[in-house]
Design a binder for this molecule. Structure first.
Ligand SMILES: [Zn+2]
Length: 190
């Protein structure tokens, strides 16, 4: 969308969403809740909300794991076509319930313009009701050191962490997280 103030988001016309993990990997688990299942629910609702605001959205097939989703993205989109976002739920112990429920984050890539998107989204999280501890970090600060979703995809890519598995897990809360995700994506993209 050419109206975005963010340089990397001026050319892309499509938002691509993917649920984190998949295949034999459920991601974080707080029984009976599984990150993968929640990420799928959030992705589907976020896509609906964005589409209702006129944004073109594609969803990476939920049958694929991260590796396959990256391949799917690269078969279908090149740099400048799309903004691709993988959706996760975070996991940590010792947080207050409110913090764990409402703290959201975004990982960005190596360029300054990718960081600009990260900083914008972090502010937008907070403006839209996420916890003030919400963050933007380079993927080098992730526990894996670098994130394939960000490094190996051809289009501009970021990774969202929406609340913690140790916070609220009910359907209404997942819908609230989808509302936050769609709001920050809309604000950054348009
Ligand atoms: Zn995850």
């Amino acid at each position: 969308m050419r109206t975005s103030s963010l340089r990397l988001l001026q050319d892309p016309t499509v938002v691509v969403l993917a649920a984190g993990h998949g295949g034999s990997d459920s991601g974080a688990v707080n029984l009976p809740h599984k990150e993968r299942d929640q990420a799928i629910a959030i992705v589907d609702q976020t896509a609906d909300l964005l589409r209702s605001q006129g944004i073109e959205v594609e969803i990476a097939p939920h049958s694929e794991d991260t590796e396959k989703s990256i391949q799917w993205v690269n078969r279908n989109f090149g740099f400048g076509d799309a903004w691709v976002l993988e959706v996760h739920r975070d996991s940590a112990s010792g947080l207050s319930s409110d913090d764990a429920s409402r703290r959201c984050g975004i990982y960005y890539g190596t360029s300054e313009s990718s960081k600009d998107v990260g900083k914008f989204v972090r502010n937008a999280y907070i403006l839209n009701g996420a916890h003030p501890n919400s963050w933007a970090r380079p993927d080098t600060a992730s526990r894996f050191g670098r994130l394939g979703w960000i490094r190996q995809t051809r289009p501009v890519a970021h990774l969202l962490e929406l609340g913690f598995m140790q916070g609220k897990n009910d359907d209404a809360h997942l819908s609230w997280l989808a509302k936050i995700a769609s709001a920050v994506i809309f604000d950054a993209f348009t």
